[in-house]
Design a protein around this ligand. Structure first.
Ligand SMILES: Cc1cc2nc3c(=O)[nH]c(=O)nc-3n(C[C@H](O)[C@H](O)[C@H](O)COP(=O)(O)OP(=O)(O)OC[C@H]3O[C@@H](n4cnc5c(N)ncnc54)[C@H](O)[C@@H]3O)c2cc1C
Length: 805
């Protein structure tokens, strides 16, 4: 066997099969899927194969919807039945909190244009003859849920792909992957060598091993998972139609009809890892021994919720393994640091997500762009830190055990922490910091200096930390707030070609030496790739400051664009740290720490320079996210503690207070400032987000210019606006629908309380005609519609005089 393909996909589970199909459908037909054994012989063959569209990340929810819509098409194209049972599905609420949560989720359904409805307990009883309604408050019905035949579905993808010319090589394990000088791959298999320009790792339970073949560690591990299948149940024998699936979120179980019996699956609270390094190469289509004792307490709850199961015979136990990542979403896309090596693995919901993974990956490979915002499943969203075995064990077990748990916007989870801490972490703790984590970095949420055992209660409403955050906002507006900027990513770009390269990479004009500028970065299709701050420290030395979570994602993008010579890029995110000092007294505090002139004339708004601050030679940029006079002060990480000590000593007499990210959010809402991952993301454009005001269309060519110009001509369909919401005990926090009467006209991106202006505020994308014509809208907040109005200007200092003063 010796052959060259454009793409070789390693792995013939549901995900590899979908990638094969989507590439073939996109016209790349000189491709092959290489499978160690038979198709489906990893996790796929014994999956319960249930599917649903809902996901905590709405972008992924939309893609899951695509997967479900695709099934009929592949059945038709291949002539192979996918064994579709689309009987719908009900999420049960058996506590008042869960019922409130489901009502909020129902609002998200509406944002996503999903069908569905809330149900009363009686309606649930009518549909599900075997459910006990004890304690049930209601349910959320989604008609587009169900389950498939895993074997038939995989074969349908492959059959359809083969009809288009794709090849399948079975019983031939890939044993080695060797990069070639032309960036193609030599693929050693048990049946001989082949070559391919691209390799896709769709190896499921073996994906970590196939990653290590090329020196890459992927953040995924397999965990065990149990379900049982019963004999016939009389109540179901009596039914004419199939009963919808039921998820008892509070009982950690899911149930679907199988013949005239049921399949009951369990997400137990004490999950177990299985072969963390990947399954053995000779692992067959085997089941793992069931461990009923370990899942007993969840099973008992399940048997109480569905009492006829107590009498039903158990036909089959299944304990199998499938892979999890720290956040439960898959790993998709070009693997950072490698050419032409792609990930399509880490997928724990192949029957909801497989189609989406195939589509995104095929778009990415063929068009150079996934076509949607797929950051939530991008392999580059995790750093190397996430591949540590213990980190993976803790975070994946946490995800698994909380698979059906309610997640609250103010909740911080404990797994894998603390991992990254700054030198002043202990000092911040002593000052009462309560920490959250961003990409493994501990960052203060807020400070409770005088109540040592304060614990924030997770809630969808304003929490018991609300007033504490209010004090930090008040201090920043009246005196000064000190925010640790450990969650800013910093990159230094140097070299003779730096200016020319950045000018092409960024859509804004570059700042002059000693100046700072906000710089949108675009993809060729005119979508946002970054909202960076560029500081020019010397003619050929620039700093880019961006979102901390995007480090591997941004570096992959930068390196794809980098010329061979003349430009160096270095990630300083861990070697430089600092603080953002802002508020009307911040200049006084800075002046107390330096002999240099820091007057408005010497350190101008949007300037950057090296200034001695305390004992350190710091880089000081005059910029702030709070809307106040402010400075971002950065020093080598090893000097951060000394800088903090100096700032505290000088700040005390001016009323300076430590502030956390919650206060920063409140302050930015009052200025209508957007933030990455909420207002700014790959799915939005400069004209939608308002970042087009920073674009220099007349400066010559830059990436995304043509698309951005086209959008200027046509105008965006939606615009980012600030809403004031009539809400007294809760605020919108993201993806709630915005309405004019019964017309859905947009959705919230993020929201919170503006403590200084005393308003519930939300940023939202709203249809352009509504923005132009109507100020009155309504918004769902925790499942209830509230009146809201579009604010024409930010409520705090709309002219921006404070930060310039
Ligand atoms: C008990 C159980 C219940 C589940 N229930 C559901 C459910 O209800 N809904 C849902 O969506 N998901 C469910 N899942 C999860 C689902 O099975 C997985 O998401 C899905 O099967 C992952 O598919 P995959 O293609 O990524 O990986 P796999 O199915 O593991 O496929 C990987 C393939 O790669 C091949 N391979 C590996 N290494 C090599 C190599 N070196 N050379 C050649 N070939 C190689 C393997 O032989 C295998 O066939 C369940 C899983 C289990 C175990």
């Amino acid at each position: 066997m010796s052959q060259h393909y454009r793409v070789v996909i390693v792995g013939g589970g549901i995900v590899g099969a979908s990638v094969l199909y989507h590439l073939a459908r996109a016209g790349w037909t000189d491709i092959a899927l290489v499978e160690r054994s038979e198709l489906t012989s990893g996790s796929t063959w014994h999956a319960a194969a249930g599917f649903h569209a809902i996901n905590a990340d709405p972008n992924i929810a939309a893609l899951q919807g695509y997967t479900i819509e695709l099934y009929q098409q592949i059945e038709k194209e291949s002539g192979q039945s996918v064994g579709m049972h689309m009987a719908g599905g009900i999420e049960l609420a058996s506590t008042p909190e869960r019922w409130e949560f489901l009502k909020a989720e129902w609002a998200l359904f509406q944002t996503l244009d999903m069908e569905g409805r809330l149900m009363t307990p009686d309606e649930i009883g009518d549909m599900i003859p075997i459910v006990s309604l004890d304690g049930v408050e209601g349910g959320l019905f989604d008609p587009r849920e169900g389950h498939m035949d895993p074997h038939g579905t995989t074969h349908a993808y492959v059959g359809a792909a083969k009809k288009l010319g794709a090849k399948v090589i079975l019983r031939s394990r890939v044993t080695a992957l060797t990069p070639q000088p032309d960036h193609s791959w030599r693929i050693s298999t048990e049946k001989g060598e082949i070559t391919a320009l691209h390799v896709v790792n769709a190896a499921g339970l073996w994906a970590r091993r196939v990653g290590r073949m090329v020196g890459v560690d992927l953040p995924l591990v397999p965990l065990e998972h149990h379900y049982l299948v019963t004999e016939s149940i009389p109540e179901l024998v009596a039914l004419d139609a199939e009963m919808p699936a039921v998820t008892d979120m509070d009982g950690f179980t899911y149930l679907q009809q199988e013949g005239k019996g049921v399949l009951l699956g369990v997400y137990e609270q004490n999950p177990r890892l299985w072969c963390p390094e990947g399954a053995a190469w000779d692992f067959g289509m085997d089941l793992l021994p069931e461990d009923v004792e370990r899942i007993e307490s969840e099973l008992l709850v399940g048997f109480e919720r569905f009492p006829p199961l107590q009498e039903a015979g158990i036909k089959r136990w299944v304990n199998g393994a499938f892979t999890f990542t720290p956040d439960g979403n898959p790993l998709v896309g070009p693997v950072p640091g490698l050419k032409n090596y792609w990930a399509a693995c880490g997928c724990m919901a192949g029957f909801s997500q497989g189609g989406a993974i195939g589509l995104a990956l095929a778009n990415w490979m063929v068009e150079g762009d996934p076509g949607f915002d797929v950051f939530g499943m991008d392999v580059a969203r995790f750093g190397k830190f996430a591949c540590n075995d213990r980190y993976l064990a803790e975070t994946t077990r946490q995800f698994y055990a909380r698979r059906f748990a309610m997640t609250y916007p103010n909740e911080e989870l404990p797994a894998g922490r603390p991992l990254k801490t700054s030198p002043c972490y202990d000092g911040l703790k002593e000052k009462g910091a309560h920490f959250g984590q961003v990409w493994g970095m501990e960052t203060p949420l807020y400070f409770v200096p005088d109540e040592r055992d304060f614990a924030e209660v997770p809630t969808l409403r304003r929490s018991n930390a609300h007033a504490i955050v209010g004090k930090e906002v008040a201090a920043t507006r009246s005196a000064a707030g000190l925010f640790e900027t450990g969650i800013y990513a910093r990159y230094e770009v140097t070299g003779p070609g730096a200016e020319q390269w950045l000018d092409h990479l960024l859509a804004s004009r570059l700042p002059g030496t000693g100046r700072v500028r906000l710089a949108p970065m675009l993809s060729p299709s005119g979508k946002l790739m970054g909202d960076l701050t560029v500081s020019r420290l010397a003619d050929d030395r620039f700093w880019l400051v961006g979102s901390y979570v995007l480090q591997d994602w941004h570096l992959r993008w930068f390196r794809e664009q980098l010329p061979k010579n003349g430009v160096n890029i270095e990630n300083l995110s861990e070697s430089w740290l600092g603080f953002s000092l802002s508020g009307p007294r911040s200049r006084d505090i800075l002046a107390a720490l330096t002999d240099e002139d820091v007057s408005n004339a010497a350190v101008k708004f949007l300037s950057c320079q090296a200034i001695g601050v305390g004992l350190s030679q710091a880089i000081v940029a005059r910029i702030s996210l709070t809307g106040e006079l402010g400075y971002e002060i950065s020093v080598p990480a090893i000097q951060q503690r000394a800088l903090w000590t100096a700032l505290n000593a000088a700040g005390e007499s001016f009323g300076m207070r430590q502030i956390g990210v919650r206060a920063l959010d409140s302050l930015r809402f009052e200025k209508a400032y957007g933030s990455w991952l909420t207002e700014f993301a790959q799915s939005y454009t400069p004209a939608m987000s308002g970042l087009d005001r920073f674009i220099a269309f007349d400066k010559g060519d830059f990436i995304g210019r043509d698309a951005a110009l086209r959008e200027q001509d046509s105008g965006p369909a939606q615009r980012l606006v600030l809403l004031e919401v009539e809400a007294t005990d809760a605020d919108a926090f993201g993806f709630e629908p915005v309405w004019v009467a019964d017309r859905r006209v947009g959705f919230v991106t993020s929201g919170g309380y503006g403590h200084h202006v005393g308003m519930s505020l939300a940023l939202a994308y709203v249809d352009r005609d509504v923005v132009e014509l109507s100020a009155q809208v309504s918004v769902h907040v925790v499942g209830e519609k509230r009146d809201a109005r579009i604010l024409p200007k930010p409520p705090y200092d709309p002219a921006g005089k404070k930060m310039r003063g």
